[in-house]
Ligand binder design. Structure first.
Ligand SMILES: NC(=O)C1=CN([C@@H]2O[C@H](COP(=O)(O)OP(=O)(O)OC[C@H]3O[C@@H](n4cnc5c(N)ncnc54)[C@H](O)[C@@H]3O)[C@@H](O)[C@H]2O)C=CC1
Ligand SMILES: O=C(O)C(=O)[C@H](O)COP(=O)(O)O
Length: 387
């Protein structure tokens, strides 16, 4: 690509486009879900999120030389075809991993508080221990939670294979199962329908099953069938097979149901755009000059008085009320099946501002134990400890 102004076509749902990409040339935004070959034909650069299938069908005949997806997941991009065409590509690994971990902890703290259970007395299984699963592992270890880890690709590569268990062992032993694998259909360990009718049956009574990876990692039909026989199972689903369509029946069986927003803290979304900005600079041989902090709005200071006996749920709910997302999603589903794809995307497009736990400024006085627990949960806040 030359130094002349570039034409950049971008998904309208990518935040901070203008400050990060405005200086490269002409910026045009489009609806990512319905992006057509005609809309990208004259583009030099294409910036997408997870709802745009980037492949030969979209790009053949265009002059696109660089594609960026401001997401962790890359299952919507035909990377082999891009490489064959010599088209540069970048995703944003880890950009919203902390947001997803916040979502998981918000779901778990709420559900366990409702059942009067303590996370420290549970065994939690993480399937897929990469950026998201690994950060979840770190926070939970700091909270003193017993963990089981399943990640065959890592197990195969690493010296300490004893750190991992098989998927069946994890399903049989975990009280809480969190899925954080990518969606893959090829290779040695494909994840499509990783959880299916046969192994879903292994899950323990009263277990929590949470999927914040990709919908098709769980066979949704099999999960619905099982949920009908096993009302004890507590489902938390952020991702669905066939998005933006959703099985209303399955959502009704969920304790928490949300429209693929686990990674939607503003910090994670803008970090994703910024990572693409840096990747494009590198692709063009230019030095990146814009710092992340200059495009990330300051988090509002939420003042909250923490008392020695306060529950962790209070600060968690203050920074992220997961039931707000659950309610909005169910209201949308109740409006009728025809409206679901549109409603699903509307909820995501107009998602209210949410910030990562780490941005919350809490005030107050807490015991040293509570201070340690807050820090382990991911808060980076200002409090005074009681002696
Ligand atoms: N719900 C949401 O809003 C979001 C969902 N995601 C999804 O979460 C996925 C994971 O994200 P990261 O942890 O950042 O990705 P990552 O690539 O850092 O880690 C994925 C891990 O899964 C493991 N894995 C692959 N196949 C496996 C299998 N068959 N069984 C068990 N483990 C397997 C890999 O070895 C790797 O360690 C993304 O690919 C994306 O699809 C990511 C961000 C937001
Ligand atoms: O980063 C990922 O991977 C995700 O799943 C995204 O957070 C999903 O957001 P959209 O790309 O669908 O806006």
């Amino acid at each position: 690509m030359s130094d002349s102004p570039l034409t950049i076509v971008a998904d309208e749902n990518i935040p901070a486009l203008e400050p990060l990409f405005g200086a490269f040339g002409r910026l045009r935004t489009c609806a990512g879900r319905t992006l057509s070959p005609e809309q990208v034909r004259d583009a030099d650069v294409l910036l997408v999120r997870s709802v745009t299938a980037v492949n030969q069908q979209l790009l053949a005949g265009s002059r696109v030389r660089f594609v960026g997806t401001a997401t962790i997941g890359t299952d919507h991009v035909d990377q082999s075809w891009l490489a064959e065409q010599g088209i540069g590509f970048s995703s944003a690994p880890g950009c919203n991993a902390d947001s997803v971990v916040d979502y998981v902890l918000a779901a778990l703290f709420n559900l366990l508080a409702e059942s009067g259970d303590n996370l420290r007395q549970k065994t939690l299984g993480i399937v897929g221990v990469g950026n998201v699963g690994g950060r979840l592992q770190q926070r939970l270890e700091a909270l003193g939670v017993s963990l089981l880890l399943c990640d065959p690709p890592r197990q195969h590569q690493e010296a300490d294979t004893t750190a991992f268990v098989s998927l069946n062992e994890l399903l049989q032993q975990a009280d809480i199962i969190c899925l954080h694998t990518p969606l893959t259909t090829t290779g040695r360990w494909p994840t499509r329908h990783l959880l299916h009718a046969d192994n879903l049956k292994l899950i323990k009574p009263d277990a929590i099953l949470l999927n914040a990876g990709r919908g098709p990692v769980v066979d949704n039909k099999a999960l619905l069938a099982l949920s009908k026989q096993r009302p004890d199972l507590k489902l938390v689903l952020d991702v669905w097979e066939h998005e933006p369509e959703v099985s209303v029946a399955l959502a009704e069986h969920c304790r928490i149901a949300t429209p693929h927003i686990a990674g939607y803290a503003l910090d994670g979304k803008i970090r994703g755009t910024w990572m693409l900005y840096r990747a494009l600079c590198q692709h063009l041989g230019r030095s990146p000059e814009i710092a992340l902090d200059s495009v990330l709005p300051q988090a509002p200071v939420t003042s909250m008085t923490l008392s020695p006996g306060c529950s962790l749920l209070e600060p968690v709910r203050t920074v992220y009320d997961i039931y707000r997302d659950d309610r909005a999603f169910r209201q949308m589903l109740a409006r009728g099946a025809d409206g679901i794809p549109k409603g699903f995307d509307q909820l995501r497009r107009y998602y209210p501002e949410r910030r990562e736990f780490a941005t919350l400024a809490l005030n107050g006085q807490v015991t040293p134990d509570m201070a340690a627990t807050l820090a382990a949960t991911g808060f980076n806040c200002h409090w005074r400890q009681y002696d």
